[in-house]
Design a protein around this ligand. Sequence first.
Ligand SMILES: Cc1cc2nc3c(=O)[nH]c(=O)nc-3n(C[C@H](O)[C@H](O)[C@H](O)COP(=O)(O)O)c2cc1C
Length: 272
Amino acid sequence: MNQFKIDETRCIQCGECATDCPAGVIAMQDYPVMTDEEGCIRCQHCLAVCPTAAVSILDRDPDMSIFLKGNLPGPLQMAALIKGRRSVRRYQEANVPADLLDELLETAWHAPTGVNNQGVLFTVVRDRTVLASLRQEVHARVEKLAAAGGLPEGMVGRYLSLVLSAWKESENDVLFRGAPHLLITSSPASAPCPVQDAHIALATFDLLAQSRGLGTLWDGIFMMALGLFPDLTRRLGIPEDHLVGYAMVFGLPAVQYHRTVQRGPARLNVVK
Ligand SMILES: Cc1cc2nc3c(=O)[nH]c(=O)nc-3n(C[C@H](O)[C@H](O)[C@H](O)COP(=O)(O)O)c2cc1C
């Protein structure tokens, strides 16, 4: 089932795979053995922790993993990424190269999920002409609703009115900020932590995309529109049994930031 295999020519019998297994389903005999296939949560800690690449699970070749030593970003790089990530609201009129997009999605999908559920779905607009037609569609829907007096009171109605007037008066796209791509995360409602999983995956994509020179923007305005038109979620192909996490637009930026912002100090509540 989970194809737990030990290369006995490499295994040094250190027992790390058994000790680190969060489900406690690996035991040491002469060599490690899987004791409960059903109990395995498929996290691959056994493959990751083995110092000699002797463990294979789920048919994965440990030699195909990225070796961690020497390949992790340093503290300055991490701080620059986190403090230097900006909400980008100006984009080039071009698609992100398809192979870069594939790589980002594949890597971001490694974000952790509760009980290793791995149920997060990335719904992505890969081509800017598709987002252009979605832009038209959402504006048309909002316009129709507004004309019928159906925009809700409060913040959502106020924001969507502004979106509509900006679009009609000057084709100023407050909805997607002129971005070429859209990414929406969702997760099965039955997953242990569906909304958290979806948010973590999108936050991971955000930092990863910015580390590769792309611009990103968490799109609360589009989320408001999505909330008003539930059939749009189905139309975008998001399964009915999924909860939507959040939406993000992204693309090649038409703006460059040169330094980090300086926030803080962080709000702390120290427990004694
Ligand atoms: C959940 C969330 C929703 C957001 N929605 C929008 C949005 O709809 N439109 C927009 O222009 N910016 C949006 N933003 C961007 C915030 O305004 C931005 O993060 C904040 O001003 C700080 O700027 P920075 O991201 O460049 O540090 C959103 C940010 C978050 C975290």
